[in-house]
Write a protein that binds this ligand. Structure first.
Ligand code: LLP
Length: 421
């Protein structure tokens, strides 16, 4: 459920007509609903209410400071994967003891940043990283809480580019080697082993792969405890999928996910952390764009939008489907015709949809890409010198531009022509 709905034939974001914002801000832009974001966070929080837990929002999904502040103020923790994301979480007012630091290639500088600012735990992904973190922490006179991310070798049954839990992936350490890695971690002076971390992939639409991974984590908890480690926290990662289209299978709800967690690891008495990103932000955001031209091609017709692959890369990168809806609601009996929906960027990959059945669209019409709140704005760039796409937040009848579109002067001023040219 989200708060982007038609009212008397026009698309609204909560209490605000989308067309009004488009007139004010210009297109394309991302538009988030605060109520939807808050609701999704609460669903996870309630799903784990059976025991001690912290929902650590995966900042990578949508990292605007306003969104982080909204979630942080509700009590959310944050999962960050870079010094930049760590700075964002802190700038949004999230205390260090609610920030989990993940990521496969943390540098010593990033470790130091997190240790100085405070961190709930660092999720370690390799032995060299583990030794470096211990050195950095010890040199600051600290012992930092850590988990080791284990790779459980389960098939997440998702797109290959976003599966992370198979042995061939770069993530974590093989679960079979966990005992020796934990033994070394326990000996290192700068580390305090507190738990186990696992994350197997993103956009999972079934519980079975999670259940397989969490079962292995439960077993490992017993083994590591027998080895003398005080395993008291389990970070179970993110990954629960969202419905991108109505015709697709419907992914499990957070409540089902929470119940499965209770079933698989609830008996261990550990504090549970999860790191959802997509399910919190995905359906809380749309990308609003305007039709530049409708063009008849050889055997196919094109809708050319003012949004492009640099604004929303998911279709080009993962063959992802996003529902595309007109801002003016189509009549129930409006004829649908197949269109290729494309952007103005100069490569064929700049295609959002092929042969998509759409109601009649004309030059100047507004359309919205649904489910674009996660991995949308954060993956945007300025290819073809297209200004970085702005972001807007709606809450009830409040509207705020939370990231303005840069001007061309600002964009060009970032370059420097060396004197010797
Ligand atoms: N925790 C870790 C360690 C992760 O690597 C990720 C996502 C998450 C949590 C959050 O997963 P989520 O709940 O959002 O599925 N750009 C891709 C998705 C990349 C996901 C990367 N890691 C896309 O647009 O589909």
């Amino acid at each position: 459920m989200d708060h982007f709905v038609y009212r008397e034939g026009r698309l609204f974001a909560e209490e605000v007509p989308v067309a009004e914002i488009a007139a004010e801000v210009g297109t394309p832009f991302y538009l988030y609903s605060a109520a939807t974001l808050a609701r999704h966070y609460r669903l996870f929080d309630e799903a784990l209410a059976w025991g001690p837990h912290l929902v650590c929002y995966a900042v990578k999904a949508a990292s605007n400071l306003a969104l982080l502040k909204l979630l942080g103020d509700m009590g959310a923790g944050m999962d960050v994967v870079s010094g930049g994301e760590y700075r964002r979480a802190r700038a949004a007012g999230v205390p260090g003891d609610r920030i989990v630091f993940s990521g496969v290639g943390k540098t010593r500088e990033e470790m130091q940043l997190a240790l100085e600012g405070g961190v709930r735990q660092v999720n370690l992904e390799s032995e060299p990283e583990m030794r470096a973190l211990s050195e950095v922490a010890a040199s600051m006179g600290l012992r930092v809480p850590v988990t080791v991310r284990v790779n459980p070798d389960v098939d997440a049954k998702t797109h290959a580019k976003i599966a992370t839990g198979k042995s061939e992936n770069k993530f974590g350490i093989p679960i079979a080697r966990a005992r020796e890695v934990y033994a070394e971690a326990a000996r290192l002076p700068g580390l305090e082993v507190v738990g186990i971390d696992v994350h197997i992939g993103s956009q999972l639409t079934e519980l079975a792969p999670f259940e397989a991974a969490y079962g292995k984590v439960a077993e490992l908890t017993g083994v590591l405890r027998a080895d003398g480690h005080d395993i008291r926290r389990l970070d179970l990662g993110g990954g629960l999928g969202i419905p991108y289209t109505r015709s697709n299978e419907v992914p499990p709800l957070p409540a089902d996910y929470g119940a499965m967690i209770r079933r698989t690891v609830g008996h261990l008495g550990c504090e549970i952390e999860i790191e959802p990103g997509r399910l919190i932000a995905g359906n809380a955001g749309i990308l609003v764009s305007r039709v530049i031209w409708v063009k008849q091609g050889e055997g196919r017709d094109f809708v050319i939008l003012d949004a492009a692959m640099n604004d929303l890369i998911r279709p080009a990168m993962y063959d992802a489907w996003h529902d595309i809806v007109p801002e003016k609601e189509a009549a129930a009996d409006a004829p649908l015709a197949p269109f290729d929906v494309v952007g103005p960027v100069c490569e064929s990959g700049d295609t959002f949809a092929r042969g998509r059945p759409l109601p009649p669209l004309a030059e100047g019409d507004l359309v919205a890409f649904r489910s674009a709140g996660a991995y949308g704005a954060v993956m945007a760039g300025e290819y073809n010198t297209r200004p970085l796409v702005p972001e807007v937040l709606v809450s009830g009848d409040h509207v705020a531009v939370i990231r303005a579109r840069p001007t061309f002067d600002e964009m060009l001023a970032r370059d420097t022509i060396p004197q010797w040219l």
